[in-house]
Ligand binder design. Sequence first.
Ligand code: FAD
Ligand code: NAP
Length: 509
Amino acid sequence: MLNVPPQAFPAPSSQQRVAAGGRAKVPLKPGRSLMDWIRLTKSGRDLTGLKGRLIEVTEDELAKHNKKEDCWICIRGFVYNVTPYMEYHPGGEDELMKAAGADGTDLFDQVHRWVNYESMLKECLVGRMAVKPIAAPKGMLPEKKVLGASARDLTPSYDWFQTDSLITIVIYTKQKDMNAELVIVDCQDKRLRGEIIVDDHSYLVEVDLDHAVQEDVAVNIAEKVGKVEIILKKKDNIHWKMLGQALESHNTFIKRTERGLFYRKCKLVSKTEVTHDTKLLCLMLPRSTHLCVPIGQHVYLKQTIAGTEVVKPYTPVLPFLPLDFKEPPRHDGAHLYLMIKIYSCGLFTQALDHLQIGDYISVSNPEGSFKKSQVQTSEDLFLLAAGTGFTPMVKLLNFALTEVGCLRTVRLIFFNKTEDDILWRNQLEQLALKDERFEVQFILSQPTKDWVGKQGKISSPLLSEFVKRSRKDSKVLICICGPTPFTEQGVQYLKDLGYSQEEIHTFTA
Ligand code: FAD
Ligand code: NAP
């Protein structure tokens, strides 16, 4: 059951009031939370003013609706009357007005591509733009879609062959350094989706298979030649005449940001306490999924809450901090571990907390801008984390200590309210004892009187005390993650201390 007090919700620091990525933070009026919006959409009120009709909208018509009290916006060819939503928009009315009477797709993609606007705004749908989209006829293999001549040479291609028992799809990525993180495969109900990430582009093989296949899917990657094989086991040993029917996005090579998020259902297999309010959730990927979340990247979880799809980002961690760094940890592709703080009046986390072992939840493909190469050349690595902002640091820390040969110092500066809030304190202290390159500094903003450690909030004096080059010319990387204002302040203090933008990475959605 949802138990959300409408007036007090969300609190001033809520994500519903704070747009991700450091954009406008606008206090919403009481009674204007996401939950209130969901209630309004269920009230049966006519939110478009069209009494349930859907219309074709010309560009001229769209342009006329450009005022707050009459505001239409087009997203991916669909037009929404967003006037009723204005006061509920976490980024504020002015942000929405930037796309008033116009195509807001690019703006939307820049700010929060992951928000499920189709579900959130379904009652505001006015209709489609009158321009007919050019779609490949279903069932035919469309020509590759590429973004201009420069991309053409790099466009991957595919082929397939079969034996009595196997179907092998071969993708020639034309990339030398292919690896498991760049290949995402799902096969559900005869529908195969294989995505290859090539820098900021994505190549997709997406077909309705001709015949049924077994549940497990194997992926082989010839890294040096950039060849990826997706191997499916036939359910029946019959000869396939064709691979299957091409789906709309099959054989396309487009910018990643233009590809819709893809979700698969994962099973909750365990839930363990990390602290009084934070849990470690273990999700099992389907056997027919190949997905590895790269360091520093997050996934989106999707739940239907009171009939509306709600999406929130979470950064997978490791099941624990490995202390033995002799060998890189073995990749366990079957499970995702998420360390999640359950907020007492959090819309999404309360629903998550009510999931039972064995329940399913939708998990998206990974996203995020962090690149391993940023840390591979570092000599001094500083990790500034606040609360669950610790999550991207887990894999990063492990990678740095295991695989980055030139590192001299790794220092985690971990900001929390109280001692009870510190995530994996014991493991971090043990790691610091075990590896002399690693140091951890806990800083508490609301300690009890027994706390003998550092006290305070992120500040210039604190950062100048703990963030220091080990040598005058050391290569430094400073990673920051926490509440948006924490991250923004951290960046500003670091710049004031003389660190350059290239030396700082912030984790945002
Ligand atoms: P909301 O309904 O948005 O807020 C309800 C109440 O929760 C608020 O009134 C407030 O009391 C409290 N609250 C919500 N957000 C905050 C906040 N930021 N600071 C203080 N109080 C708050 N969270 C994790 O626990 N683990 C992760 O691995 C993780 N990864 C993330 C990765 C990215 C890229 C981003 C942008 C965020 C990540 N988050 C993570 C935060 C997560 O996406 C949600 O914002 C969070 O779980 C709150 O969701 P909610 O719907 O329960 O809370
Ligand atoms: P929290 O417990 O509320 O706070 C942790 C510490 O940060 C406390 O010492 C707190 O001090 C301080 N702090 C909070 N807000 C601050 C601000 N505005 N300025 C300076 N210091 C501040 O944190 P949390 O509830 O775990 O929240 C973690 C945050 O990290 C969330 O916003 C989440 O969205 C974000 N996150 C982001 C990612 C990502 O990849 N981008 C991943 C995980 C989490 P006070 O005593 O003053 O509150």
